[in-house]
Design a protein. Structure first.
Length: 327
């Protein structure tokens, strides 16, 4: 009881002599033990919950919130492969105890033609992965970061998106819609914002499944004084053959199945208001144009490299991979 009181998170973690977690005990467990006849000096071992919910370090916020809501619990331990304690997820932290003034924009207006026939009956961002639409995972991720005003750009089957999310009240936020009457590209919908933002805006593609740490990315953006920050991931490709480098007819070098590396755009951005103001209000405008225009002006742009899990659900194989990993 003293441990629970000192920890102020309504739970104590029981470990064995090697530091391996063997169970949990909450204030509710203590109350039930006392009601069952336990005394203040009774050994606790009998009342420890040895069948408890835990996650590993790569579990995303949406997954953890799903578990909390399904099991009606407010704390979930984070364990490594040897069942040693790494940390503790808390409900009040995941739902964003700190409200932020930044807006979030999720791009959900595309047709997702590469995912046909799945996208014949629903828009790509509404495809469920591990029981929850991709777009809902992103909304929860923004809310957990403290974002309370979220815009969804919609076009293809927009009524399905709007019916599902409504005004966002059930997620603890305000959701508004940027309705594209024609394809606007990956950045064009930002010109439909009803007013100029006062703070940097978080923009994410609506088909991402990622554990991107938005707090770290925002700190990177503000600390570097960047006009825009782009989330990037390292992409590795192993050539399936031995490669040969020639000089005329002479062999200069041979490599057995070399691996090449590039940084790729991960579809997550932080954009300052003055950059958004430049986006044309008519026609298509890809995000690459916005970035290239800023580079042509010799403005400061940041590449935030993250190693959190990331899947761009653009093809059937990507979707199968995401489903196979449980999101």
């Amino acid at each position: 009881m003293v441990s629970i009181d000192r920890g102020a998170v309504e739970i104590a973690i029981a470990v064995d002599q090697t530091g391996k977690v063997v169970g949990t005990c909450t204030d509710g467990d203590i109350r039930r033990a006392l009601l069952a006849g336990a005394e203040m000096n009774s050994p606790i071992a009998k009342y420890i919950q040895r069948q408890f919910v835990s996650v590993d370090s790569v579990a995303g916020r949406a997954e953890v919130l799903d578990l909390m809501q399904a099991r009606q619990i407010h704390q979930i331990p984070i364990l490594d492969s040897s069942r040693h304690l790494l940390g503790l997820h808390l409900m009040h932290e995941l739902i964003g105890a700190i409200e932020r003034s930044n807006w979030g924009v999720l791009m959900a207006g595309g047709k997702g033609t590469r995912l046909l026939p799945l996208t014949r009956t629903l828009p790509k961002p509404m495809i469920p992965v591990a029981g929850r639409p991709i777009l809902e995972r992103l909304v929860l991720q923004l809310v957990s970061f403290g974002i309370r005003r979220i815009f969804l750009s919609v076009g293809y089957m927009s009524e399905m998106v709007e019916d599902y999310f409504a005004d966002g009240r059930k997620y603890g936020c305000e959701i508004e819609y940027l309705r594209e009457d024609q394809p606007r590209g990956t950045a064009g919908a930002l010109s439909l914002l009803p007013e100029k933002p006062d703070h940097p805006v978080i923009v994410m593609n609506g088909d991402l499944i990622t554990g991107l740490n938005l707090s770290d990315m925002m700190a990177f953006h503000s600390g570097g004084r960047y006009l825009a920050s782009v989330g990037v991931r390292e992409f590795l490709y192993t050539v399936p053959f031995g490669t040969i480098e020639l000089q005329g007819d002479r062999i200069r070098r041979i490599s057995e199945k070399p691996t090449c590396s590039w940084f790729v755009n991960a579809g997550a951005y932080i954009l300052n208001p003055e950059l958004i103001a430049r986006i044309p209000r008519e026609g298509e405008c890809p995000m690459t144009w916005v970035i290239q225009d800023a580079l042509a002006r010799d403005e400061l742009l940041g590449a935030y490299q993250f190693i959190d899990h990331w899947t761009d659900v653009g093809r059937v194989s990507d979707l199968a991979h995401a489903m196979g990993n449980g999101g």
